[in-house]
Design a protein around this ligand. Sequence first.
Ligand code: NAD
Length: 259
Amino acid sequence: MGERLKDKIALVTGAASGIGKGTALRFAEEGAAVACADLNSAGAEAVAAEITGSGGRAIGIGADVTNQADVERMISATRDAFGDLNVVVNNAGITIVGSVENLSEAEWDKELDINVKSIYRVSKTVWPILRERGGGVILNTASIAGQIGIGHDAAYCASKAAVIMLTRCMAADGAADRIRVNSVCPGFIATPMIDGFFNDQDDPEASRAAATKLHPLGRLGTPRDIAGGFVYLASDDAEWVTGTALTIDGGLMAAIPSG
Ligand SMILES: NC(=O)c1ccc[n+]([C@@H]2O[C@H](COP(=O)([O-])OP(=O)(O)OC[C@H]3O[C@@H](n4cnc5c(N)ncnc54)[C@H](O)[C@@H]3O)[C@@H](O)[C@H]2O)c1
């Protein structure tokens, strides 16, 4: 067990799978108490059980980040269980493949609600709590898709660009209250979400191979690669870091592949 987060009490959304699960596990390894929240309550409970089974502190919470009552309940449950809350990771997200022409209005609204408005909703709810306790950290999962467009992924890219900008605005507003706000921009990460993205393409295997080739470091990322960034941003090593978008992408955004 590390100690980089030993004084941290963290709430991670979308913690049943992929990047959220990897982050919850990594936070616990670094000594944080972790509330694992997810729409998939059985999955959230399973990740919490994995943490407590290895001697860590965790609870699992079934919660939908698009529902205000659920958001209030997950925040209260974290504070009831651990006596405090000082790190929130807004990570829950979905992707619905489609161009503007193909996406229905309902799909657009659902994707923007889960990927962006939920960050407004969770942050607004936790803000007075963080202010009153003397500060805290809010971390948001954005994406390289918020920095560069991807074909047939219009709502997703728009949502992630919004996450990067919302992060900057909240960082400006939070500084006086010692609330640091940062985002992480993953490249393509091997999770159930990206499997779904590839499977929705005309030729899934060709799409996976093409995506892998975009990363100069020669492979897709893992949830652990991203969790390492979240550990840094949640830790006191990052006490002078706010408003940033930390790109963790195997070099994808650095250059166009030559071959
Ligand atoms: N996988 C990638 O390549 C990649 C790249 C960049 C960014 N991201 C972002 O990382 C985050 C996690 O994605 P992942 O790849 O781990 O996906 P995933 O599908 O493996 O996990 C997402 C989790 O979010 C949960 N979730 C969905 N809607 C929810 C809701 N309304 N309330 C609560 N929980 C909800 C799901 O149940 C699931 O457990 C997302 O924000 C995603 O956009 C992923």
